[in-house]
Write a protein that binds this ligand. Structure first.
Ligand code: FCB
Length: 483
């Protein structure tokens, strides 16, 4: 069938002029070419080889082979009318082993940036999307303060190579995952399950953000610098039960406030400090650190997939994580007794509940409580969904659930803007099906399908619909996808 693409509906919702429509990826998830340019292993290359850590023993060796196919991928982005492309830079490609800058690795990103600019697509790089050089992990990783200084040096070398063409820098993607899934829960590389190391990692990731932000601004006073955080919207499962209200407050402290407060208010929130103290843990703050961390951002990148209802009572049927053999722990340091409780909402293939209104509430809260008063703007830097796609006999992929997910969330963004939140752009996660961390290639988030045997790319219905949203700056006011 040929989908009806144009938004002819006069009641369609219109976004402000200049609103940025983009799509996002990350280096380890799409690049492959793990030995090209003298790249050395990252913690994810190592973790993939750890028995039982990743579903199906998948790894990033080939992934989407983007390093060799980036021109084709940029052409695809142009076909999809994207204004901007959010990608990440692989630290072990541009500074192998975390050592000296590597011109061959930097040159790959330089060529990528040039081809984006040739197509009128704004390059939107993130400096760290989880692929720490393994050599730095061997020296303590994010639990070591020294890694923060190494990160700032790395940021400077990337800016020296690309800064003449890049105006907007994101330091980190989702430091929550790096600290808590990487060092406490063990679901992500480096797979450590040491709550004390996770709390140290929080502070060192933030310090790295602050040091790099200062260095990037010293290199280019006009640079726009920000950080991308992943948020939950924590509701009490039973608002009438004080333990559940408290559970939601504690999750907010160790998931959302833990990074928001130091970046935007220059201090750790008392609830966060108290949650860690309940485990006998303390953030390793030294004199001057909070001034560095609170140096100021121009934007906050918002990654939102789902909120949750929380309770101290375990649900009968808990949500399922990745089906891996390697044992893991709770990543919720200081709130290990809290459970996410299903609310009966529709779920994605990740077993995540679909709740677009959570995004509206999140954006309004961020604007009111954090970014608005600081004059900081918001971008949705990731939003999307994994579903089990079916390829029709003619090769098309009519991914109605993903299409509906994207449209519903785009409408939620529009509602937040109407309510006053200063949101300037939306990036779909993800441009391509890719390596979904511990889930390997089993979960597909792409608006473009990747056949992992042939590496062929095929835009799904969601991509075609999104291309229309990007072209027109408008989204149908509800009901364009049946279901
Ligand atoms: C986010 C990550 C991204 C992707 C999506 C589904 O947490 O930033 O790399 O895995 O989830």
């Amino acid at each position: 069938m040929t989908p009806q693409l144009a938004v002819a509906d006069a009641s369609a919702l219109t976004f402000p002029p200049g609103f940025v429509w983009g799509a996002a990826t990350a280096s380890f998830q799409i690049e492959g070419a793990v030995h090209d340019h003298g790249r050395t292993p990252s913690i994810w290359d190592t973790f993939c080889r750890e028995p039982g850590a990743v579903v199906n023993k998948d790894d990033g060796d080939v992934a989407c082979d983007h390093v060799h196919r980036y021109r084709e991928d940029v052409a695809l982005m142009a076909d999809l009318n994207l204004d901007a492309y959010r990608f990440s830079i692989a630290w072990p490609r541009v500074r192998p082993d975390g050592g000296a800058a590597n011109p061959a690795g930097l040159d790959f990103y330089s060529r990528l940036v040039d081809s984006l600019l040739e197509r009128g697509i704004t390059p939107w790089p993130t400096l760290y999307h989880w692929d720490l050089p393994q050599a730095l992990e061997d020296r303590g990783g994010w639990a070591s303060r020294d890694t923060a200084a190494r990160f700032a040096e790395y940021a400077v070398s990337v800016q020296e190579a690309l800064g003449d063409r890049i105006g907007t820098w994101t330091t980190f993607n989702e430091p929550w995952c790096s600290a808590f899934l990487g060092y406490a829960g063990g679901q992500h590389a480096p797979g450590r399950q040491e709550p004390a190391a996770a709390v140290a990692a929080v502070h060192h990731l933030l310090l790295a953000h602050g040091l790099a932000s200062e260095a990037l601004r010293a290199g280019d006073p006009a640079a726009q610098v920000g950080i991308t955080l992943n948020f939950t919207v924590a509701d009490p499962a039973d608002p009438g039960r004080p333990e559940d209200v408290d559970a939601a407050r504690r999750i907010d402290a160790v998931h959302n406030r833990v990074f928001l407060d130091p970046v935007l208010h220059g201090r750790y929130h008392p609830d966060t400090v108290a949650a860690f103290a309940s485990r006998g843990l303390e953030l390793p703050v030294q004199d001057g650190d909070l001034e560095t961390i609170g140096t100021g951002v121009d934007f906050i990148g918002v990654n939102y997939y789902h909120g949750d209802a929380f309770s101290t009572l375990a649900p009968e049927h808990p949500f399922q994580g990745a089906d891996v053999e390697r044992p893991t722990s709770s990543p919720m340091v200081g709130a290990e007794d809290v459970h996410a409780v299903p609310r009966g909402l529709p779920r994605t293939a990740m077993d995540w509940e679909v709740q677009p209104d959570g995004l509206r509430r999140l954006l309004e809260r961020l604007h009111t409580e954090y970014t608005g008063p600081a004059g900081v703007v918001l971008y949705i830097t990731e939003n999307g969904a994994a579903f089990d796609d079916e390829v029709a006999a003619d090769g098309s992929i009519e991914d109605l659930e993903r299409t509906r997910y994207v449209e519903d969330h785009v409408r939620a963004v529009h509602a937040a803007i109407q309510a006053g939140a200063d949101v300037r752009g939306y990036f779909a996660w993800s441009l391509l099906d890719n390596f979904e961390w511990a889930y390997g290639y089993a979960k597909r988030f792409g608006i473009v399908r990747v056949d992992f045997d042939t590496l062929e790319r095929t835009p799904k219905l969601s991509a075609l619909r999104y291309a229309e949203i990007a072209r027109t700056g408008r989204v149908a006011n509800g009901g364009s996808v049946p279901g």
